[in-house]
Design a protein around this ligand. Structure first.
Ligand code: HAS
Ligand code: CU
Length: 576
């Protein structure tokens, strides 16, 4: 039986307790550990590339050449962090969520290793293609950024790697759907457990979204880079990319939301406020994530203003699930605080477990996400976007969203989850606490500097913002001081990242028996039974999601193809 202590605070159990995930699912735990390891290696290398880049852009320390290698570093930074780090973490945490919430093993562990292997080989191919850009000795490069649309072209190995990686994620989804299906046969008529529901709806969104990128890569970019076709329609590949490029941001965010909805209430000593509301949120993401991609293309010529307006209104609706999340998550935590004796309008905040790095990290991630959400609203505004598009404002936005809401939640969540996967105690909670606070401080400084640089019109995606002697005039000394802030923030983030990797590394290698977090997730205050059965009707949501995508994309795609041709008349096919 579990020897739960400190129940007020979510509790711990001894590492050899039979309730610990590592003891219940040793084989799955091994796959998840491998996924997290890959994720953290990508985080370390991608983070180093980030440091090189901040210091270079701000002209503080320059170790690379602006012309030859800046975009190699930028691509390495983007791809490793927003594709490898995030998605390997996702597959790990989703495997945990499915097996733990259904309380059953995966159907066939060899299949689980198969998709992991495909994703790993895909990553290796893409990484080789990118890293080859550093040397003239090999005739290979993939300096195409994580947005990789035409007219930029990479070596075929890069696209082949992406393809394998995505097929791997599709199989991972199939693995989870199979587990759920088998569970359903044994438990007819039961509501889908919440974490499984979150995984399944996110994966349906992913299947719909990846059709766009698969089409772009397999039909156009790969044949073009192999020399099988001479031209592509650049606007078409861009549009197909952004069809995928917006929902992918929620693919990164949903595992973080899952941790906020389930683990955060647990460690704050509370319970999820409303299970039905959580289900509604995930359904809204499934329905609305894809028909908004054109909000990344407000400034693209060749797409009629009306289609941009539709993307704009859909995006405003898409704010709703995040605003609901802010409400539900904070209410759940407040419940925990009040159970622990917290009182008053705001004083209850002091009754929360702030010494726990998992708790504090996720809360700080949520706090900065509120700021990132607001800059997202500005981005989404059809007319205000003209002011900020392609400026440093946009990196300011996404370092708060993917770089904090997601990355900091994953790191914080690891302090809670990894000991349960390894059966060993976390090496150091104080270092963990210091690390998450340092991330918060570093990111506050860096994203503020980026955002303000953006308002001065300083462009993103360039090593030399002031090329050809052009200077940005932001008042006396302002640009230089923002550059210094950018670098200080970036350096603090890098130190924080190193502390995280060291803490995780020692936890995994130096197996110390001792208390590990109690992994049981308490039921919601208002459970699934309070919600209509229709929420679990996945088929219905799939159909509505597909209809919305068809409505939002058929006409824009048809008009792009009509004007620019399927394979475009030239390099910038049809839109210049
Ligand atoms: Fe975005 C560009 C619009 C969310 C990522 N976005 C980007 C790019 C990335 C990115 C990577 O409409 C750049 C792509 C590129 O390279 O060009 N974004 C939005 C909107 C949202 C949004 C409306 N973005 C995200 C998320 C991302 C992400 C999430 C990653 C994970 N974004 C845009 C637009 C562009 C864009 C345009 C194109 C810009 C351009 O011109 O290029 C919304 O989903 C945001 C909703 C969020 C909220 C916040 C709710 C607050 C919560 C906090 C709860 C608090 C807690 C803690 C739990 C409304 C949930 C409480 C603590 C206490 C102490 C009490
Ligand atoms: Cu978007």
């Amino acid at each position: 039986m579990s020897t739960t202590t400190d129940t007020k605070r979510g509790g711990t159990v001894s590492s050899n307790d039979e309730s610990v995930y590592y003891n219940r699912f040793p084989e799955e735990a091994a796959v998840i550990r491998s996924a997290l390891l890959t994720s953290f290696v990508a985080l370390a290398i991608g983070g180093l590339a980030g440091l090189v880049q901040t210091l270079h852009r701000a002209d503080i320390i320059r170790v690379i050449d602006s012309g030859a290698h800046y975009y190699t570093v930028l691509t390495l930074h983007g791809v490793l962090l927003v594709i490898t780090f995030t998605i390997f973490f996702l597959v790990g945490v989703f495997t945990w969520a499915i097996t733990d919430s259904l309380d059953r093993n995966v159907i066939d562990i060899r299949f689980t290793w198969l998709w992991f292997a495909l994703m790993s080989v895909g990553t290796l191919f893409a990484a080789i293609a990118i890293l080859a850009g550093f040397t003239e000795a090999i005739d290979m490069q993939a300096d195409v950024l994580f947005t990789f649309y035409a007219p930029l072209q990479a070596h075929p190995l890069f696209y082949a790697g992406l393809t394998l990686f995505i097929i791997g994620t599709w199989l991972a989804g199939a693995d989870w759907f199979r587990s759920w299906y088998a569970w359903k046969q044994d438990n007819p008529g039961e509501r889908i457990p919440l974490r499984t529901f979150m995984v399944l709806t996110t994966m349906i969104m992913w299947y719909i979204a990846t059709i766009g990128v698969a089409a772009a890569v397999i039909l156009f970019l790969l044949p073009w880079s192999l020399g099988l076709i001479d031209n592509v329609n650049a606007l078409l590949t861009r549009t197909l990319f952004w069809y995928f490029g917006h929902p992918v941001v929620y693919f990164w965010l949903m595992p973080a939301y899952m941790l906020w909805y389930t683990v955060l209430p647990k460690i704050s000593g509370g319970r999820l406020f409303s299970d039905p509301l959580a289900r509604v949120v995930f359904i809204l993401f499934l329905l609305l994530s894809t028909p908004v991609g054109i909000h990344h293309q407000y400034l693209d010529p060749g797409i009629a203003e009306g289609f941009k307006f539709i993307a704009f209104t859909n995006t405003m609706f898409l704010l709703l699930p995040s605003l609901l999340t802010a409400f539900t998550v904070v209410a759940s935590i407040e419940y925990g605080a009040r159970r622990a004796g917290g009182e008053g309008y705001l004083k209850w905040l002091t009754a929360l477990p702030w010494r726990d790095p998992a708790f504090t990290g996720m809360m700080l991630a949520g706090l900065l996400f509120a700021a990132g959400g607001f800059s997202g609203m500005v981005n989404a505004g059809l007319n205000i976007n003209y002011l900020v598009h392609n400026t440093m404002w946009v990196p300011g936005h996404f370092h708060l969203t993917v770089g904090t809401a997601v990355a900091l939640t994953f790191m914080a969540g690891s302090y809670w989850l990894v000991p349960q996967l390894t059966g060993s105690q976390l090496y150091s909670r104080p270092i963990g606490l210091f690390q998450v606070v340092l991330w918060f401080i570093g990111m506050t400084i860096m994203s503020n500097a980026m955002t303000r640089q953006g308002l001065l019109g300083i462009p993103r995606r360039t090593a030399e913002p002031e090329y050809q002697g052009f200077t940005f005039d932001g008042g006396s000394g302002l640009v230089a001081s923002l550059d210094v802030q950018l670098s200080i923030g970036g350096a603090l983030l890098f130190i924080s990242l190193v502390l995280f990797i060291v803490n995780m590394g020692i936890t995994a290698l130096d197996k110390r028996e001792g208390p590990v977090p109690d992994g049981t997730i308490p039921p919601a205050l208002s459970g699934a039974d309070d919600s209509p059965q229709v929420l679990d009707n996945l088929k219905l949501w799939v159909i509505i999601a597909i209809v919305l995508v068809i409505l939002a994309y058929t006409l824009p795609l048809a008009s792009i193809i009509e004007r620019g041709g399927l394979f475009g008349p030239g390099l910038i096919g049809g839109w210049l």
